[in-house]
Design a binder for this molecule. Structure first.
Ligand SMILES: [Zn+2]
Length: 335
């Protein structure tokens, strides 16, 4: 099964750039930047089993230090693409929060990532990479405003690369209602919206988010069965990130993961990594965990991948090509 899943041309729809660097990539990045990679630093970049969302967000700070220069950010983007390509991911929508520091502005940040993605395509031609700038809800609203206006502007220059806006960050911080008018503007300008929703228990906010609407729902761990039904009616998929949810403690165990409830309801879903680097996983591994925990068959894994193709923000032609790759792979194994 593992070999089958590794070879499957997978589709990753929920991946944060800074959290998606595996240990080899972090080592390569630290060596490029500092000439060596102290083991202690690498240790700090991984979340083993914190069972605590705040501790996870602390861990991200160490990774962010490695991408705090233009060179670090550019190389990290290339390495993230390399890691997904090595796992035989054929399509990834990378999310990232534009940051500003002494080395770059938020505009520079996005431009560096865009250029790095375009360059990485030459090295890794089998993977299609798209970008979703993120709003960090723990940051002030005016930062979100800047992010959205940059995303809207850059989407005009790179219409096949920048496809949407993500709302993420520590769900215990910030209020959705403060950001709603800003992301609403993004939607009016034609960008898709992906929202981290029901990651923690906050029924009133979940209701606000569902009323507001979204193209895809991130995590959805605390969605009620009624809310899952509502998403089903609206054909909004839930991005399920098994290892991430268990390691950050928002789901108590793999067996308790809401993917089971979502499958039983026959609601739209996609399997994603969230942060394959810091959570030490891969999309292959996430599929494997889903098969081991919930008894998915190979055909179900193929269908889940086709579901991800369908819910991606790629063009019709790109989605057609991706689906063909998946079907061809499945057919070649049946001979
Ligand atoms: Zn996420």
């Amino acid at each position: 099964m593992k070999q089958f899943l590794k070879g499957l041309p997978k589709v990753e729809l929920h991946a944060h750039l800074n959290g998606s660097l595996g240990v080899d990539s972090l080592r390569d990045l630290a060596e490029r930047l500092y000439g060596s990679a102290p083991e202690k630093l690498l240790e700090l970049c991984f979340i083993r089993c914190e069972k605590d969302l705040d501790a996870c967000f602390e861990t991200f700070k160490f990774v962010h230090e490695l991408t705090a220069t233009a060179e670090g950010l550019r190389y990290a983007t290339e390495l993230a693409v390399r890691d997904f390509a090595q796992d035989n991911v054929q399509y990834v929508e990378l999310r990232t929060t534009p940051k500003a520091n002494a080395h770059y502005s938020r505009r520079d940040y996005l431009e560096i990532v865009i250029e790095a993605i375009i360059e990485a395509r030459k090295k890794y031609p089998d993977i299609l990479v798209k970008l979703l700038p993120s709003i960090n809800r723990a940051e002030p609203v005016d930062v979100a405003e800047e992010t959205v206006s940059l995303a809207v502007e850059l989407a005009q220059s790179y219409p096949h690369l920048i496809l949407g806006i993500d709302l993420s960050g520590n769900p215990a911080k910030g209020r959705f209602s403060d950001f709603a008018p800003i992301i609403s503007k993004a939607r009016e300008m034609g960008l898709k919206l992906v929202i981290h929703c029901a990651e923690i228990k906050n029924p009133s906010e979940v209701q606000e988010m569902l009323e507001f609407g979204m193209s895809r729902c991130g995590h959805g761990s605390f969605l009620t069965q009624k809310e899952i039904e509502l998403l089903k009616q609206r054909n909004i998929p839930i991005e399920c990130c098994l290892t991430s949810n268990v390691k950050s403690g928002t789901v108590s165990s793999l067996e308790e993961h809401h993917l089971k409830r979502i499958m039983e309801a026959n609601a739209p879903k996609v399997i994603c990594t969230d942060d394959s680097g810091v959570f030490d996983t891969t999309l292959t591994q996430e599929f494997l965990l889903a098969t081991e925990t919930f008894g998915l068959t190979r055909r179900q894994c193929v269908d889940l991948t086709l579901e991800a193709v369908h819910h991606s923000f790629a063009t019709d032609q790109e989605r057609k090509k991706m689906a063909e790759r998946v079907e061809n792979y499945a057919a070649s194994l049946q001979k």
